[in-house]
Write a protein that binds this ligand. Structure first.
Ligand SMILES: *[C@@H]1O[C@H](CO)[C@@H](O)[C@H](O)[C@H]1NC(C)=O
Ligand SMILES: *[C@@H]1O[C@H](CO)[C@@H](O)[C@H](O)[C@H]1NC(C)=O
Ligand SMILES: *[C@@H]1O[C@H](CO)[C@@H](O)[C@H](O)[C@H]1NC(C)=O
Ligand SMILES: *[C@@H]1O[C@H](CO)[C@@H](O)[C@H](O)[C@H]1NC(C)=O
Ligand SMILES: *[C@@H]1O[C@H](CO)[C@@H](O)[C@H](O)[C@H]1NC(C)=O
Length: 521
């Protein structure tokens, strides 16, 4: 049953409402994390069924460039375990080099029991493995394509298994267009749909145009497609041209034949500030009905492509087969009944932590260590050995280390008094070479006994010309703000403030929290 169906997506903003039965997606929460607390670093992700596997391009820059395809697995679509790279990106292979291979898709060949990875790299490359998440070996030859597309620059694509047959939907870039402008458009690309060979590692070299009657600029800027078959109709979902962007058209074509003719709809003018990654089919075990979940890569106000989040929402189909517009309302949430994957839910240091910021808050990137020292306080929930405290920090090209200090203190009032000295429990300094370009952990080892009710804090300090980035969230209405207070102190501010010269140079970031977690045993 594994991978007999493929879907895509990435995501993360699921919260589980009932054991293995319902998942909730939110338009607001777009950043996803694994159970160890690290950022889900998988741009342009796709999710496959079995367990659910989410995989996409890594932007963490763990060497000198962005490379490789990472994967994550989950049983419940809430707790994701990091499974590492699909293949060793540090060796020379068909996907070597900056950026690597784009739009990775995996299908399962039940006859050979092999997982088959397709990825875009100067045409397409194919790799196979006995395991869904690791050990992929590239084939020595590339798939052959339809001659019309082969003359173009084969680009975004998806491969899918539908009723046990393999299909590919792909675009070809044309850089020598006659109607290009200084600003736009700069290329043209439209979609083609054809069969894979029965071994699923090649195409039959016959593909059909996926275009509407209009054959207009929307049809001729189509990219990042995925394919489903529902109630006798073929659907090609896609976006328009937009490399690593934060919003583009959401379009869908439908036809009763893969040869067309195709009817087109625009489902959103900006895909809720995202670009389609794929369509994830979730089967309700009670009704056997499939919900098709549209999901996109989103850059939610972040300053860096690697800060890509994910957005999910179930598609709603009308009786005539047409599809309703996406709901981009920021407050919208969506619940979907689904079949849990095999096995037990993943857990890790962050998911097991008791003293931490919430797992499912709306996190966003804040890059201001050049302007502020931050202090996040909390109250120890239980007595035990505080082993470590972690925060999510993204680096780039900073020259100064970022110092993270864990401390205890008597009271907030005392903490802000001139001359008060907190008690340092542990500290570490991180250089960019210790960190990555996405929100992975910076961990301070502590090993100090703490008691329930003790006031604890962490300080983050590292003024530089280019700031490090951390994650913040708005405190929920029911969250006690006297426990979780985030303070800021302007760089160089070590003297009194206010009209009477009696205020500390430290202010509260009102009802904001910093993402952190601690390990207490
Ligand atoms: C695909 O088929 C072509 C012949 O049509 C062949 O040259 C090529 O090696 C095949 N590629 C793979 C990955 O099997
Ligand atoms: C690219 O577009 C131009 C202008 O429409 C056309 O003349 C040319 O044949 C196209 N190239 C390919 C390989 O299809
Ligand atoms: C801080 O921790 C130390 C031991 O690590 C303890 O002796 C001290 O009482 C604690 N201070 C406060 C204010 O909790
Ligand atoms: C950062 O990297 C340096 C050099 O590799 C290493 O010596 C140091 O221990 C690392 N620091 C942390 C906090 O991991
Ligand atoms: C991140 O966490 C892992 C596991 O606890 C630890 O080994 C690693 O040193 C941490 N990384 C940093 C930069 O602190």
């Amino acid at each position: 049953m594994r991978f007999s169906r493929i879907a895509i997506v990435a995501a993360g903003l699921f919260s589980q409402l009932a054991i293995g039965a319902t998942t909730q997606f939110s338009n607001e929460r777009r950043f996803m994390f694994d159970v160890d607390g690290n950022f889900i670093d998988a741009y342009g992700s796709k999710i496959n069924y079995g367990k659910y596997y989410l995989y996409g391009n890594s932007w963490s820059i763990e060497g000198s460039e962005a490379y490789g395809i990472k994967s994550y697995s989950s049983v419940d679509l809430v707790n994701w375990r990091y499974e590492g790279f699909l293949y060793d990106p540090t060796t020379t292979n068909d996907c070597s080099g900056s950026g690597g291979c784009g739009r990775p898709h995996i299908i399962y060949n039940a006859k050979t029991k092999k997982y088959i990875l397709w990825a875009n790299n100067d045409g397409y490359v194919v790799a196979t493995s006995d395991h869904p998440a690791t050990g992929y070996k590239f084939l020595s030859s590339q798939p052959a394509l339809d001659p019309v597309v082969a003359k173009l620059n084969p680009a975004d694509f998806a491969v899918e298994l539908i009723n046990n047959e393999g299909y590919i939907v792909y675009s070809g870039l044309n850089f020598t267009i006659t109607d290009g402008g200084s600003l736009w458009p700069q290329i043209s690309q439209s979609l083609y749909l054809g069969h894979l060979t029965s071994d699923l590692v090649n195409t039959t070299t016959v593909a059909y145009d996926v275009k509407s009657e209009a054959n207009d600029i929307v049809d001729n800027q189509a990219e990042s497609p995925d394919l489903i078959f529902r109630n006798g109709l073929w659907y090609v979902f896609a976006s328009n041209t937009c490399g690593y962007c934060s919003g583009t058209l959401a379009i869908v074509y439908r036809s009763s034949s893969i040869q067309g003719p195709w009817k087109r709809q625009i489902l959103s003018g900006d895909s809720c500030n995202s670009q389609l990654e794929g369509i994830l089919p979730l089967v309700d075990p009670k009704t056997k009905e499939t919900t098709y979940v549209w999901h996109g890569t989103s850059v939610p106000g972040g300053p860096r492509t690697g800060f890509g989040g994910h957005i999910f929402q179930p598609l709603v189909f009308n009786k005539d087969g047409s599809v309703q517009d996406l709901n981009c309302s920021p407050e919208a949430t969506f619940e979907v009944d689904f079949t849990p994957g095999e096995g037990t839910a993943a857990s890790g240091l962050a998911s097991q932590s008791t003293d931490k910021s919430p797992d499912l808050a709306t996190y966003s990137a804040v890059c201001d260590s050049d302007q502020y020292i931050l202090y996040q306080t909390w109250t120890a929930e239980r007595t035990g050995l505080l082993e470590s405290v972690s925060v999510n920090i993204a680096a780039t090209t900073q020259t100064t280390a970022l110092k993270v200090t864990v401390f205890n203190f008597s009271s907030v009032q005392d903490l802000l008094e001139p001359g008060y000295t907190f008690n340092t429990l542990g500290e570490s300094s991180f250089l960019p070479s210790n960190l990555t370009w996405v929100f992975n952990n910076a961990t301070v080892h502590v090993d100090a006994q703490v008691s329930a009710g003790e006031r604890l804090g962490l300080q983050i300090s590292g003024a530089d010309f280019a700031p490090y980035c951390h994650l913040e969230y708005p405190l929920a209405a029911n969250q006690k703000s006297e426990d979780l207070i985030l303070f800021q102190q302007g760089i160089g501010q070590y003297s009194a403030r206010g009209p009477k010269g009696s205020s500390p140079p430290i202010q509260v970031r009102e009802r904001r929290g910093l993402k952190f977690w601690s390990v207490v045993n």
